[in-house]
Design a protein around this ligand. Structure first.
Ligand SMILES: Cc1cc2nc3c(=O)[nH]c(=O)nc-3n(C[C@H](O)[C@H](O)[C@H](O)COP(=O)(O)OP(=O)(O)OC[C@H]3O[C@@H](n4cnc5c(N)ncnc54)[C@H](O)[C@@H]3O)c2cc1C
Length: 366
């Protein structure tokens, strides 16, 4: 006689994670961590304020910026700028310990603010600092974090943050919601969200808080800042013109044609992952899912097939011009202008034509 089939058991607590517990319903407002370093706010913070404004308007809640820094840093000026980009208020914590980023004091500062003021959404840039901080704050708060989001919306039914990001190697997009924990945290890479227009007539309120930490209790010490010799030289995400090359260029010598056109146009050089892997250019030039997200006014793609992992990093460009020998290459599905041809002939032709055009303009102006 066979054993009766046992009933399928629901795992303990199943379903519990799908509803917002009563005590978390008090969490209100959308917060943006304003990242600054050596006197400059990272533009991703303003891009996030623009996104936060849209989310907050749907929820009818305020937008707040969070500024952590040293007493001699320009935090009030940064707050003023934050108001112009959509913040209604700024939480500021000034403490000598917060001069220069360190994970421990920043995690404590942000965690304490969240516990005190209870925002429902917290956004950070997917930068080196933002990624480091978001992970530790989410762990300390025991809440959900969706990293590298490409879209942020409010779910009409649950009013939860619907955070969309690529998954399965970029072949699919998934939308993740943190239904039973607060705050809902997300990071977004620079240039994924559009830069909002600054409205300098906007103002807001400043809320000051203290850190409550002593230097002696912090394990890490900031001894000196040694700038990376290559950093800031290649500013791909914020370039207005990018000429990018792919494996269709065949070898590094031909890839020099990409540099030539970029030089004449006053633009930056981008590349696909196989080009970086082949060592033709530095990793900082890679555009795509595992590289940089860019939004130039003009993106010229030479010898690039247009794989989804490349496309996600550049499809928000204002104008995309593709040069490819294969008329059926996927890049032609989303390029604004397509040139079916050999990049080794088309690139020098464009370089010469633009150079002649700029020379003629300079002669006219003289
Ligand atoms: C997890 C994961 C992450 C990835 N992340 C990235 C990423 O961030 N960025 C990225 O770029 N890729 C990424 N990739 C790789 C991606 O899937 C593609 O393999 C890559 O983008 C293709 O690069 P390509 O277009 O240079 O080369 P190919 O796909 O080989 O395309 C070369 C193109 O050049 C054309 N061509 C050939 N000769 C000429 C010529 N003489 N003139 C003009 N055109 C010519 C061909 O028709 C072809 O369309 C990732 C892949 C995975 C799995």
């Amino acid at each position: 006689m066979s054993e009766p089939t046992p009933p399928i058991k629901k795992p303990a607590g199943r379903g519990r994670n799908l509803e917002l517990p009563e005590h978390l319903k008090a969490y209100k407002g959308v917060w943006v961590f304003i990242e600054h370093d050596r006197g400059h706010v990272h533009s991703v913070s303003w891009e996030l304020l623009g996104a936060a404004r849209k989310l907050a308007d749907q929820l009818s809640v305020p937008v707040s910026g969070v500024l952590l820094g040293g007493p001699d840093e320009a935090l009030d000026a940064f707050a003023k700028e934050a108001f112009s980009f959509g913040a209604d208020e700024c939480h500021i914590v000034r403490d000598p310990i917060l001069k220069g980023y360190r994970n421990e004091p920043f995690t404590k500062g942000l965690t304490d603010l969240v516990n005190k003021y209870q925002p429902e959404i917290m956004l950070l840039g997917a930068t080196t600092m933002g990624r480091d901080l978001a992970g530790s704050v989410a762990t300390t708060l025991q809440t959900g974090l969706t990293a590298d989001c490409t879209e942020l919306n409010i779910d009409g039914t649950s009013r939860a943050l619907a955070a969309t990001r690529p998954t399965f190697g970029g072949s699919l997009l998934c939308t993740i919601m943190t239904l039973a924990y607060r705050p809902q945290m997300a990071t977004v890479r620079p240039r994924v969200m559009a830069m909002p227009r600054a409205d300098t007539t906007r103002s807001g309120s400043i809320v000051e808080d203290t850190l409550g930490l002593v230097e002696a209790n912090i394990v890490t010490k900031l001894l000196a800042f040694i700038p990376d010799a290559t950093s800031n030289k290649i500013n791909l995400p914020y370039a207005d013109v990018i000429v990018s090359g792919g494996k269709g260029l065949k070898n590094p010598d031909n890839f020099a044609l990409v540099f030539e056109l970029a030089r004449v146009l006053g633009g930056e050089v981008g590349a696909t992952r196989p080009v970086v892997q082949a060592g033709w250019v530095e990793a900082e030039r890679q555009v795509g899912q595992t590289g940089k997200t860019v939004r130039p006014k003009l993106y010229i793609a030479a010898g690039i097939s247009g794989a989804i992992q490349h496309r996600v990093g550049m499809e928000s460009s204002d104008v995309i011009v593709a040069i490819n020998t294969d008329p059926n290459a996927p890049i032609f599905d989303f390029a604004h202008y397509g040139i079916v041809g050999n990049a080794m002939q088309v690139l020098p032709a464009l370089t010469n034509a633009f150079a002649a055009h700029f020379q003629a303009r300079a002669r006219q102006a003289a």
